[in-house]
Design a protein around this ligand. Structure first.
Ligand code: CO
Length: 289
C-alpha cells in the first residue's frame, strides 16, 4: 500500500538532547545484539522499556535464537529487516517473521514464547522494542498479530519512503494503534539529501535510531548505530530529519509517557516489587502458559 503526499511543515523542530551508543550484549541462547535503549533510560523514554538491534551475517551470532521464555506486563514489537524468525507461544499462536515484517505481541498477564531463526546462513537483522502497558492493562489477556511486509502501510514523500508500523504519518494510519501510549513507530528510508518532517506532541518522548547512512537533526549529526534522544521543548511541534550525502535509514519512535512506577525483573515489567514476586510465582507454578 503506497500513498504519495506533500511533506508536513514543522515550524519549531526538536533538538537532539543526547546521542546514545548501544551496549553490546547477548540474550536468549547466545544471540549477539546491541541494547540501544537500556534500563537506565526507561524513565527518560517512558513508555519505552528497551530497544535491541541485532544484525549479523555470522550464524554463530544468532542461530541459538530465543528459546521458550516468559513475559508479563508490556508489549514486544519485533521488526525484521533481513532473515526469518519462527515464533510460537503458549496462547497457541505461531508465525513466521520475515524481511520487512512486524510481530506485535501484547504479553499482558503472561505468555511463554520462543523466537527461533529459520535459517542456517545469511544475514539476520532486525529490532525488538518493548512498550510498557498502563497499570490498568498489565493483566489483560495476551494478544498477538503478525503483519507481513506487504501489509505495512507505506507513504512516499519527496525522496522519502515512510513505513508506518504504528501511529500515523502524512495522513496514513499505521498497522497498529494504541490509545493509551499512542506509539509512533516509523521506519524511514531517505534518499541522499532528502528531508522528512513529522509532527510530534510536545509531551511525547521520542528518539531516532539510525541504522544506515547518517542524519542531521536540527544541526546535530547522528551517525549510523546511534540513538538520538529528542528534547521535549513545550514549544516544539515535531522533528525534521535530513539525510547526508548517502541514502539513510532510521527508526523514529515516540509515545505518550505513562508516569507510573516501573519495576522490572528480567522479562517481567510491573509497577511494584510485590507484583514481580507474583509474576515469578505464577511462572514457576505454570500459570503463565
Ligand atoms: Co520474548
Amino acid at each position: 500500500m503506497t500513498i504519495t503526499t506533500a511533506p508536513h511543515p514543522i515550524l519549531a523542530p526538536r533538538q537532539v538532547e543526547r546521542l546514545i551508543v548501544g551496549q553490546a550484549t547477548s540474550d536468549g541462547d547466545g544471540v549477539k545484539l546491541t541494547r540501544v535503549l537500556t534500563q537506565n533510560l526507561q524513565r527518560r523514554l517512558d513508555p519505552f522499556l528497551m530497544l535491541d538491534a541485532f544484525g549479523s551475517d555470522n550464524p554463530g551470532d544468532y542461530i541459538g535464537g530465543f528459546p521458550n521464555h516468559p513475559h508479563r506486563g508490556f508489549e514486544t514489537v519485533t521488526y525484521m529487516i533481513a532473515g526469518r524468525m519462527r515464533h510460537h507461544d503458549s496462547a497457541g499462536n505461531s508465525g513466521l517473521l520475515s524481511n520487512g515484517g512486524v510481530q506485535w505481541m501484547t504479553a499482558g498477564r503472561g505468555v511463554i514464547h520462543s523466537e527461533l531463526p529459520e535459517q542456517e546462513e545469511g544475514v539476520m537483522e532486525g529490532f525488538q522494542l518493548w512498550l510498557n502497558l498502563h497499570s490498568a492493562d498489565k493483566m489483560i489477556p495476551p494478544w498477538y498479530r503478525d503483519i507481513p511486509s506487504a501489509q505495512v502501510p507505506e507513504v512516499q514523500a519527496a525522496g522519502v519512503t515512510v513505513r508506518v508500523i504504528a501511529g500515523s504519518a502524512q495522513g496514513t494510519e499505521g498497522a497498529i494503534q494504541r490509545p493509551r501510549t499512542a506509539p509512533l513507530y516509523l521506519d524511514l528510508h531517505l534518499a541522499a539529501g532528502a528531508e522528512f518532517g513529522q509532527p510530534l506532541p510536545a509531551g511525547h518522548n521520542a528518539f531516532v535510531y539510525v541504522y544506515r547512512g547518517e542524519l542531521d537533526i536540527a544541526g546535530t549529526a547522528v551517525p549510523r548505530q546511534r540513538m538520538a534522544i529528542l528534547a521535549n521543548s513545550p514549544a516544539s511541534d515535531g522533528v525534521v530529519l535530513r539525510a547526508g550525502d548517502q541514502a539513510s535509514r532510521a527508526l523514529l519512535i515516540a509515545g505518550a509517557p505513562l508516569h507510573e512506577p516501573i519495576a522490572q525483573h528480567g522479562p517481567f515489567v510491573m509497577n511494584t516489587r510485590e507484583q514481580l514476586i507474583q509474576a515469578v510465582e505464577d511462572f514457576q507454578a505454570g500459570r503463565l502458559a
